[in-house]
Design a protein around this ligand. Structure first.
Ligand code: SF4
Length: 201
């Protein structure tokens, strides 16, 4: 007698979500590697350029923390980028003992090339409805928080990890959270994922 097909067990959905996220992560990494190596750079060098595009003036330690790699690895990669004319190292105004890393014009152009794939990804995300995007965003923030709390991700410059974040501190129902630094109220969907004003706790 033919078997009636049954739906996969509910508990397996989390595994399928994990597998799908793994595919996306794999695609991101392989595209970053291919892009960087076609331009004669290591993946780490490419990631540093992209990070400095978003966070100019960062120190070696800040880059190392953000990319979850060791400081010596970042130091070697930055030295190479300096030799290639993509990055300059200067004493930071905030503290002359710290070296501040800034992209040159050529480095900025390279970094913009390296951000091409996220644009493709953005195009794919844009095909989701606003409701689907909201569910994804909330879910991803929650997952990043769990991984951060478990020590699996260290460099998270997003609101929920920030010392200025006040959850549900506003009387505004549509914007219940508050940034004590910027003195703004915002909703779950306006949480910043990479904030230049982030303050570590
Ligand atoms: S400083 Fe930035 S990361 Fe921190 S709560 Fe304000 S907006 Fe969020």
């Amino acid at each position: 007698m033919p078997q009636t097909p049954t739906a996969p067990p509910h508990e397996q959905l989390s595994r399928r979500v994990t597998a799908a996220l793994g595919k996306l992560g794999l695609a991101l990494r392989s595209e970053a590697r291919a892009g960087a190596s076609s331009r004669g750079m290591s993946p780490t060098q490419g990631e540093i350029l992209v990070f400095l595009l978003r966070s100019p003036g960062s120190s070696l330690s800040e880059v190392a923390e953000a990319l979850s790699v060791t400081r010596p690895t970042v130091s070697d990669a930055v030295d190479t980028l300096v030799r290639k004319g993509f990055v300059t190292k200067n004493k930071a105004e905030r503290d002359p003992r710290i070296l501040s890393l800034v992209l040159t014009e050529a480095g900025t152009a390279e970094a913009q090339l390296a951000t091409g794939w996220p644009d493709k990804l953005h195009g794919a995300v844009d095909t989701l409805s606003k409701e689907e995007q909201a569910v994804w965003f909330r879910g991803l923030v929650k997952m990043i928080d769990r991984l951060r709390e478990g020590g699996s991700i260290q460099a998270v410059r997003m609101c929920t990890a920030c010392k200025h974040f006040r959850r549900n501190a506003s009387a505004n129902a549509s914007a219940p959270h508050r940034c004590a630094l910027l003195e703004i109220d915002f909703s779950d969907l306006d949480l910043r994922i990479e904030c230049p004003e982030f303050g570590a706790r």
